[in-house]
Design a protein. Structure first.
Length: 293
């Protein structure tokens, strides 16, 4: 695990190859079919024959909740165990990783309340709802981006239903599985900023705008979750004539950099993660040694 552009995917494939394992993606956006370039989904050739799970599961019009993802991931992990292979989880979606690895039960939902909050989101926008959340649950508001309408709605729903802060729903650090090893890839901030800018450049060169245009034609704008993905949201604004392609690109770099800061902050709170320097010449050997130990 680690922030975006840290080099997680390549290490995961190498580890799975050596351990005779299978990769389980823990990325909230790689579950969407067709969202390939902007989510940095590994092309088939780079997977080197290693089975990958939780990629391309749903259409961009479908919402995918953390609770659903938890269920999918645990089925994939159980399948690995049944086949006698090692599941190698990889991703940067911190809440999703905790939901999969830990004893994590989700508060209930209320369809009527959810519909009212979704209507509020559509009418007044995510920023206004974020202010409402900040008044009710400042700690949760500090952890959720003001643009992340889906998570703001869920936080407000939990606060309303339980009368407790959304963050109170987070469980203690307690694994749901035996023999878990968590490895974090540590990238200094300056180096990470450069890697993010280079990755966004590469995405633009690879045709992200055309990818978004194709997905727009099959309903990307209707997808409550997929349309808010980094890069996709910015390109959709460009395609709507709200900004230039260069502005969308610059906005993607800025948004991704902010997101990477929040990822790192989330991960640093977990004392069970062993951090390894991204540029260590023996990164693979050190990671493998920790797993074997």
């Amino acid at each position: 695990m680690g922030p975006t552009a840290a080099g997680k995917s390549a290490l995961a494939v190498a580890m799975a190859e050596h351990l005779g394992g299978e990769v389980v993606s823990v990325d909230s956006m790689q579950v969407y079919r067709g969202m390939d370039i902007g989510t940095a989904k590994l092309p088939l050739a780079q997977r080197r024959g290693v089975p990958h799970h939780l990629l391309d599961l749903v259409d961009v019009t479908a919402p995918a909740t953390v609770a659903e993802f938890q269920s999918w991931a645990r089925v994939a992990i159980a399948g690995c165990h049944h086949r006698g292979t090692v599941p190698v989880l990889v991703g940067g979606s911190a809440l999703y990783i905790r939901a999969v690895l830990d004893r994590f039960d989700f508060p209930g939902t209320d369809e009527g309340l959810r519909e009212r909050l979704e209507a509020d989101l559509a009418s007044v926008g995510a920023t206004a709802l974020h202010r409402r959340l900040a008044a009710a649950d400042p700690q949760s508001a500090a952890r959720i981006l003001p643009t992340n309408g889906r998570r703001i709605v869920r936080a407000l729903e939990v606060v309303t239903l339980t009368g407790r802060p959304f963050t109170a729903a987070l469980p203690p650090y307690e694994y749901a599985f035996p023999d878990v090893v968590q490895l974090g890839i540590d990238v200094p901030r300056d180096a990470l900023d450069e890697r993010i800018a280079s990755r966004v450049d590469a995405m633009w060169t690879a045709g992200l705008i055309d990818e978004v245009r194709r997905l727009e034609a099959v309903g990307l704008r209707r997808g409550r979750t997929a349309c808010r993905a980094l890069g996709y949201a910015q390109v959709l604004r460009h395609l709507a004539g709200e900004c230039s392609a260069e502005q969308a690109k610059a906005d993607t770099v800025r948004a991704t950099t902010r997101f990477a800061r929040r990822q790192d902050s989330w991960f640093r709170k977990d004392p069970r993660i062993t951090w390894l320097p991204y540029d260590a010449s023996d990164l693979f050997e050190r990671a493998l040694g920790l797993v074997r130990r």
